[in-house]
Ligand binder design. Structure first.
Ligand code: ATR
Length: 279
């Protein structure tokens, strides 16, 4: 049996097993199974060793271990070495390599929505575990001329900005591309506003920014990385203002698609049936 895992803590909420096992069945990998496993920090080293011994074929890593797991892997691509944020583990030539498919998943979700073009202004709210992937996406494909970054704990946003101030080669950006703004303070009008915080996971939570300048701005996209609940207050209010909205479901699907392809060589279809599976 080929065993795959998603590890995290908590892990109950994860829809990855549902999705990957659906694809295993659909593409006739009858000897493969994908499970979720709640782990502690102290278990991470052993998990990597198990991949090396091929007791486990592949692993997705989720909150709060995306950065911690970086300490145990053998290799990673350049952008992952910068952000130290890993969500997919693969064995390649005796090495356990750590990838981040969140980043590309995010990119694809925007491209498929005909949104991603250069020279946009972006406001990123939050500086938690997933935010480096979002920043990387914009920087790697040169998709934003200005990025405003804001976080309740300002220092975390500053640390994140510092990463790119010292980044090597292709990941380097102009020093003023990323600008930190104070929490809940206004900045100039942006083309895309992204919530990367966990605010909204609970139904009554909401981000208390003053977005009144965005009333009737039909071209502006408000993107919440949360997909459960399907429509956070952040998105509900954007809809009322007349903005475009998108939740994190397509990003989730695409990051899973990319991991599945790395493990099996098969590019699983993302169609209405798969999209409905997660409802
Ligand atoms: P971590 O902080 O361990 O990376 P995360 O779930 O990846 O955890 O990220 C949580 C994000 O949501 C952070 O940006 C966090 O802000 P802080 O850095 O100030 O903690 C943000 N967040 C969580 N609860 C919040 C709240 N009630 N108000 C504002 N931001 C919140």
């Amino acid at each position: 049996m080929n065993k795959y895992l998603v590890i995290g803590n908590p892990i109950d909420h994860s829809l990855s097993p549902l999705l990957h096992n659906y694809w295993f069945k659909k593409y006739r990998f009858s000897d493969s199974i994908y499970e979720k496993k709640k782990v502690e920090k102290g278990d991470l080293k052993k998990i990597v060793e198990q991949i090396k011994k091929e007791e486990i074929k592949g692993v997705n890593v989720t909150v709060p271990f995306k950065r911690e797991i970086f300490n145990y892997i053998d290799d990673a691509p350049q952008d992952v070495q910068l952000t130290k944020s890993v969500n997919t583990l693969v064995k390649e030539n005796d090495k356990v390599v750590g990838y981040n498919t969140d980043q590309q998943g995010f990119e694809i979700s925007l491209v498929k929505n005909d949104w991603f073009s250069k020279n946009k202004k972006v406001l990123i709210i939050g500086a938690g575990g997933v935010t480096p992937s979002i920043l990387s996406s914009f920087i790697k494909i040169n998709g934003a001329k200005k990025i405003y970054l804001t976080n309740r704990t300002r220092e975390k946003a500053e640390e994140l900005k510092k990463l790119w101030d010292t980044a090597p080669g292709i990941l380097q950006i102009k020093e003023d591309t990323i600008e930190i703004i104070d929490w809940e303070k206004k900045c100039e009008l942006c083309d895309l506003v992204i919530n990367t915080t966990s605010v909204g996971l609970k139904k009554d939570e909401k981000i208390n920014f003053d977005f009144s300048d965005y009333i009737n701005k039909k071209e502006v996209l408000f993107y919440d990385l949360i997909y459960n609940p399907r429509e956070t207050n952040f998105l509900k209010e954007a809809k009322i203002r007349g903005n475009k909205t998108m939740n994190g479901k397509m990003m989730f699907l695409w990051q899973a698609h990319l991991a599945f392809k790395m493990w099996t060589g098969v590019s699983p279809k993302i169609n209405d049936e798969v999209i409905k599976l997660l409802d």
